[in-house]
Design a protein around this ligand. Structure first.
Ligand SMILES: Cc1cc2nc3c(=O)[nH]c(=O)nc-3n(C[C@H](O)[C@H](O)[C@H](O)COP(=O)(O)O)c2cc1C
Length: 145
């Protein structure tokens, strides 16, 4: 199976997570990681992992637009989403908000099969070891779908 990780990042946190995910699964599968602006097509990719940070209450515009541009190609793909944000620190109170304001706009733009989503707590250019471990476990689990 070929896995394509596509992300955007302003301060490098989401990029760090995307690279970590690649390292975690590359011993099991063919995987590439690219910034959204570098991706022209998903030809050959069976699983696409999309990553974005949250800024001003929404995923990055570049990722939302990217998903819209590649909508027809995504129809036949399996897709997994990860987001990196502060709001996850607000516990249950933040959960509804994250689902409706952060995850939903991404899901609405993905016509393919969304196999899983992951919410990580990220700083401005830094992410804890615990969150990195969570991302690795999640990504490895995706390979079973
Ligand atoms: C100016 C600014 C606005 C942000 N807005 C939000 C927000 O609305 N909700 C949230 O949960 N996190 C918000 N964050 C937190 C970022 O999503 C988080 O720091 C993330 O790890 C940044 O990822 P990046 O380094 O890949 O750009 C904001 C951060 C900054 C600096």
């Amino acid at each position: 199976m070929k896995v394509c990780i596509v992300y955007d990042s302003r301060h490098g946190t989401t990029e760090k997570v995307a690279e970590t995910i690649k390292e975690a699964i590359e011993k099991y599968t063919n995987v590439e990681v690219r910034r959204a602006s570098e991706v022209a097509t998903f030809k050959g990719c069976e699983l696409i992992i999309v990553g974005t940070p949250i800024y001003y209450e929404r995923p990055l515009k570049s990722i939302l637009e990217f998903l819209e541009e590649h909508s027809s190609e995504l129809e036949e793909k399996k897709v997994a989403i990860f987001i990196v944000c502060f709001a996850v620190a607000f516990g249950n109170l933040g959960r509804w908000h994250i689902q409706n304001h952060y995850i939903k706009p991404l899901m609405e733009r993905i016509p393919g099969e969304i196999i899983d989503t992951l919410v990580l707590k990220g700083g401005i250019g830094n992410v804890s070891e615990g969150e990195i471990e969570k991302a690795k476990r999640w990504a490895t689990g995706l390979l079973d779908f």
